[in-house]
Design a protein around this ligand. Structure first.
Ligand code: GLU
Length: 444
């Protein structure tokens, strides 16, 4: 496809050394550029060129003191990607792997994901190459305060509303929100993922994992199936993985695995809720690894590997980007896996994603399948604006309705003679709304 190659070669030239960003754009461009053929208004307005260029990027120095009084320096970022349909919205990631390419890919993906939710949210992403692992509480607090001291100039409830992502959970959001409030002397919904005591929403912590399983369920129901009795591989062991596993167990599926950087645990009988509680206590409360849990509990543990070679009906990659490579995808298909539903952002490499899209399995891409988290963030923003809290039941019902709406939009734009192409459906449905708003604003 000449148009795609031409577009990508320009993008790569303008954004050198950003492989993750190239990968994320390529995946969308493959569907959007053909869709734009015969729609001259998009071409004339250079809509896709504008959509792949962030509104602005803020990069700053974050200086903090460790417990030994050494001065430490990290790099902080906020990529304000697209504000066409609402304030910039997206998480903060604190991880040594954070760089410009990773944050631009995440911010770009967020544009389509947020649009798909149907809520008025633009897109952004931020974070730092700070590694929270092994840091004391006091060090985490000082880092968050220093990071927010600069970030607070650039965000606000009507401008940009960050949240958590890898390495940024409830604890970090508490420190960040406290520092923002202290500097601005204002209590507003400037961050989401807050604690329930200070403006947070019910179900926010569960939302990405629950939403991902709701989406898988919709894909299965659409072809007359269900999750009940299905053997499932889950990767990761953070919030997304944990609550995906919980919802799967609740719906009668069998969760065979969970993973982290140390390896994966394998329970052929399926994890029970009690076992999950123990694992979460190790991982989240004690901040230990699955290797430590396996040693203490004696469960089957495969060091330094991913779970994709285990035979199962469905896979839920809920760890991080590019965790399913081409060989993993081939193995999953050869082993009879019929559903792959992405809880993490871009967990599948470009080659693996292409193979899955061409196969006849149900493949739910992250933009659609993991939008439940940011959707409940949107509901948190609404509650903050209303100065009101909705109940668990109300939020769960709304989340479930939003995931159903996303599924419907994917079907509308992705249905073909071979079933629904969810990648194409998510890309196009996400694109159309943002493009419509950008056209309405003229050349800005
Ligand atoms: N980090 C999450 C995501 O990737 C949530 C973002 C948010 O709630 O703003 O969508």
């Amino acid at each position: 496809m000449a148009a795609l190659e031409e577009f990508m070669s320009g993008l790569v030239k303008r954004n050198p050394n950003e492989p993750e960003f190239h990968q994320a754009v390529h995946e969308v461009a493959r569907d959007v550029l053909p869709y734009m053929e015969g729609r001259p208004e998009y071409h004339h307005a250079q809509i896709f060129e504008r959509m792949t260029e962030p509104d602005r990027i803020i990069v700053f120095r974050v200086v903090w003191e460790d417990d030994q009084h050494n001065v430490r320096v990290n790099r902080g970022y906020r990529v304000q990607f697209n504000q066409a349909i609402g304030p910039y919205k997206g998480g903060l990631r604190f991880d040594p792997s954070v760089n410009m390419s990773v944050l631009k890919f995440l911010g770009f993906e967020q544009t389509f994901k947020n649009s798909l939710t149907g809520l008025p949210m633009g897109s952004g992403k931020g974070g730092s190459n700070f590694n929270p692992k092994g840091k004391s509480e006091a060090e985490i607090m000082r880092f968050c305060q220093s990071y927010m001291t600069e970030l607070c100039r650039h965000i606000g409830q009507y401008t940009d509303v960050p949240a958590g992502d890898i390495g940024v959970g409830g604890r970090e959001i508490g420190y960040l929100f406290g520092q923002h409030k202290r500097i601005t002397n204002e209590f507003t919904g400037v961050l989401t993922g807050k604690g329930l005591d200070f403006g947070g929403s019910e179900i926010r912590i569960e939302a990405t994992g629950y939403g991902c399983v709701y989406f898988a369920n919709h894909m299965l129901v659409h072809v007359g199936g269900s999750l009940e009795g299905k053997a499932c591989l889950v990767s990761g062991s953070g919030n997304v993985a944990q609550y995906a596993a919980r919802k799967l167990i609740e719906l009668g599926a069998k969760v065979l695995t969970l993973s982290d950087r140390s390896g994966f645990i394998h329970d052929p009988e399926g994890l029970t809720s009690d076992k999950l509680d123990e694992i979460v206590d190790y991982k989240i409360r004690q901040r230990k690894s699955l290797a430590d849990y396996a040693q203490a509990s004696g469960c089957s543990f495969i060091a330094e590997q991913k779970p994709w070679a285990i035979v199962a009906d469905a896979a839920f990659p809920c760890a991080t980007q590019n965790e399913i490579q081409l060989d993993d995808a081939k193995t999953l298909l050869a082993n009879g896996c019929r559903v792959i539903c992405e809880g993490a952002n871009m967990p599948t490499t470009a080659e693996a994603a292409e193979l899955l899209e061409q196969s006849d399995i149900l493949y739910g891409p992250a933009k659609a399948a993991n939008a439940g988290g940011v959707a409940v963030s949107g509901l948190e923003m609404s509650q903050n604006s209303m100065r009101y809290n909705l109940s668990r039941q109300e939020i769960n019902d709304q989340l479930s309705g939003i995931m159903m709406g996303i599924h419907e939009r994917c079907v509308e734009y992705g249905a073909g003679s071979n079933g629904v192409d969810y990648v194409k459906g998510a890309n196009l449905a996400g694109f159309v709304k943002v493009a419509g708003a950008m056209l309405a604003y003229g050349a800005i």
